[in-house]
Design a protein around this ligand. Structure first.
Ligand code: CA
Length: 653
């Protein structure tokens, strides 16, 4: 016991007065690195910028057999590779106790303070500092959940605050005893909606005040970080910062997650964080960011970001796109008045890379190298215990599935001075085309290319031999056609449809394109109504109602421009009631003369009458107007009705 105390004391001394400065001078990223990447120079680059990498998962991956390599193809400590390429900080999440009672890890790297010590020691040997990311939970904490550590369940807020203080102090002392160069400590992770099971700001502040106290005592020079997500939600950050200010929480850095596909524009991020700096006198930073280099999954466990979905795709999911996106985030932070750094989230979290889901699962369960294991069910049965599995961000790493670094890793060194290479195609935009079954099929001669500098250019495309007859004769259908453009594969998604030449055919865009004429000048209600239950499709339709007898008389029509020569038919639908005697018909006028006319009838609520004109010839250049005429005598509570879905389709001769 005495010996242990003595050793710890000695190391404390070294860490405070000797190693810290020694470590800093140890940090030597590579210089004059060559690259095929286009990297735009970051303006006003800050030489002391914190360039961080979250490496929390690394040890569990190594235990699962994952190996990492440098650009020479030699196996190397991934932390060294990061240090060589400009990463001067690591970030490690720390859970209080991510193990069940039998010692099975919950996954996500099974990260506790011992994991942080091990990674911290390795980082320190390369002169790289550490951000300790306390979640104050036994497993993942984020805006959706902030579960209390099991050991703290049932405690009063006073007891919990004390426990958090003791836990923080004890954990940081372990890092200190191991000479880990701790530069920053986080008071919780994405704490938008709570902390350690507490949701009131009063209680959360009590916990944070105790956490800060412990950090100041153990690492007086370390910066204290608060971390939130969703900068795109207007006013939230201002609200959080004002609460922290009101309760006098002691911190230095207000940090945000920034995932480009979810979290709004960089301009908004800049403005939001500048506002916090101005108003509350705080440094700011990006605590988490990332971007996909491919849409492919590599571990048989689906990724959060891939093709499709309602996300913002600022750059193509390519190695160049990943590089350009990170460069832009760094630029935004350098633009900020008090932006101090950017942390990338888990650039080393790759697939354990066995040949099947089952083999991967075995490793995820055994070593905690997936996002969650089945053992997490005892703590988080609703989410992790149910949806456990592998990695959802393997397509956002800086290493490929075999552990070899991607060119984009070099970005961290290159944006200081920029790296100019010849302009070339980086990716092609997909083409979405809709063709009328009875019309011409014209595939485009060019497709949009995203160039390596982020600009767009139209490049010639060769679709090869296309079977147009098959497209025309296949009915309403969808096809995918591949071509070649700029040496890459271009893809066209083709929908063959019964094309409707009417604009705003279902009145979803109000009365745009339509002319509604109040012929009787006595119509009491006649307008586009928004009421899904009374629409044939969509939510809107033409509504009419008049209480007086013979008040209803109107027309709704549209002139159709640029119609190709051909054979056509016109369709429209109506429903209504209490109309009495009616004279209702659809019509087609060519050069102001009615060439088609067909009656419609009123049959009560929900009983739509859909009528179609005879086929008629149209010659390009002639004036064509299609519409419906409605005249009702009315009875009972007054004539009412709804009109919807006008269709002008071409017809095969
Ligand atoms: Ca995956």
């Amino acid at each position: 016991m005495k010996l242990k105390n003595f050793i710890i004391g000695g190391l404390l001394f070294l860490s405070t007065f000797g190693l810290a400065s020694c470590n800093t001078s140890n940090y030597h990223p590579l210089e004059n690195v060559e690259s095929s990447l286009y990297v735009k120079k970051v303006d006003n680059y800050k030489n002391d910028l914190i360039q961080g990498m979250d490496v929390s998962q690394v040890i569990s991956l190594e235990n699962s057999g994952v190996k990492y390599y440098n650009f020479d193809g030699e196996e190397e400590d991934v932390l060294k590779v990061f240090a060589d390429y400009g990463l001067n900080y690591i970030r490690v999440r720390v859970w209080n106790n991510p193990y069940d009672n039998d010692g099975n890890g919950y996954g996500g790297g099974n990260c506790n303070i011992d994991t942080a010590v091990e990674l911290g020691k390795r980082a320190s040997s390369y002169g790289v500092k550490m951000l300790v990311d306390f979640h104050y939970s036994d497993f993942w904490a984020d805006p959706a959940k902030q579960m209390c550590p099991r050991a703290w369940l049932g405690m009063t807020i006073e007891e919990k605050s004390k426990a958090l203080y003791e836990y923080t102090k004890e954990s940081l002392n372990k890092l200190k005893a191991n000479n880990v160069d701790v530069g920053m400590v986080q008071l919780g992770n994405e704490i938008n909606n709570g902390l350690a099971g507490e949701t009131t700001w009063f209680n959360r502040a009590l916990l944070m005040i105790e956490g800060s106290k412990a950090i100041r005592e153990v690492f007086p020079k370390a910066k204290i970080v608060v971390h939130f997500a969703n900068p795109e939600k207007t006013g939230n950050y201002e609200n959080y910062a004002s609460k922290l200010d009101y309760y006098n929480v002691d911190y230095d850095v207000f940090a945000s997650s920034y995932y480009p596909y979810w979290h709004g524009t960089l301009e908004n991020l800049e403005n939001t964080l500048n506002n916090i700096s101005d108003k509350y006198d705080k440094d700011v930073m990006v605590a988490e960011t990332s971007y996909a280099y491919t849409s492919e999954d590599s571990d048989y466990f689906g990724n959060t970001i891939s093709d499709g979905g309602s996300v913002t795709k600022t750059y193509p999911y390519t190695v160049q796109g990943q590089s350009s996106q990170i460069r832009d985030v760094v630029q935004a932070v350098c633009n900020m008045k008090r932006g101090i750094g950017v942390f990338y989230w888990e650039g080393a979290w790759i697939s354990v890379n066995k040949g099947s889901y089952e083999e991967n699962l075995e490793l995820w369960e055994k070593y905690g190298s997936g996002w969650a294991s089945s053992y997490s069910v005892v703590y988080d049965p609703a989410d992790a215990g149910k949806y456990f599995g592998g990695c959802a961000v393997d397509n956002q790493a800086f290493f490929d599935r075999t552990g070899h670094p991607l060119e984009s890793l070099k970005t961290w060194l290159l944006f200081k001075n920029g790296n100019f290479v010849e302009k070339k195609v980086d990716a092609l935009e997909d083409v979405n085309l809709i063709f009328d079954l009875n019309g011409e099929i014209n595939l485009p001669t060019t497709v949009n290319a995203v160039m390596n500098d982020g600009s767009k250019e139209a490049v010639a495309v060769d679709w090869g031999i296309v079977d147009y007859d098959a497209l025309k004769n296949g009915g309403v259908n969808k096809y995918t056609i591949n071509g070649v453009a700029g040496g890459m594969t271009a893809t066209a998604y083709i929908s063959m449809v019964e094309y409707n030449f009417i604009n705003n055919y279902s009145f979803e865009d109000g009365d745009n394109y339509w002319t509604i004429t109040d012929i009787s000048k006595k119509n009491e209600e006649l307008y586009v109504e928004d009421k899904p239950t009374d629409s044939l499709t969509g939510t809107k339709h033409i509504h009419y109602w008049s209480s007086g007898t013979n008040n209803v008389e109107f027309s709704v029509e549209q002139q159709v421009n640029n119609l190709p020569t051909g054979l056509y038919k016109f369709t429209i639908s109506i429903m209504g009631g209490d109309c009495g005697n009616t004279d209702i018909y659809l019509y087609v006028k060519i050069n102001d003369e009615i060439v088609q006319k067909k009656s419609l009838s009123i049959n009560g609520y929900g009983n739509w009458d859909t009528q179609v004109s005879e086929n008629f010839e149209y010659t390009k250049g002639d004036k064509i107007v299609v519409g419906i005429y409605v005249k009702c005598a009315g009875e009972g509570n007054g004539a009412w009705g709804k009109i919807d879905d006008a269709l002008l389709n071409s017809v095969t001769k």
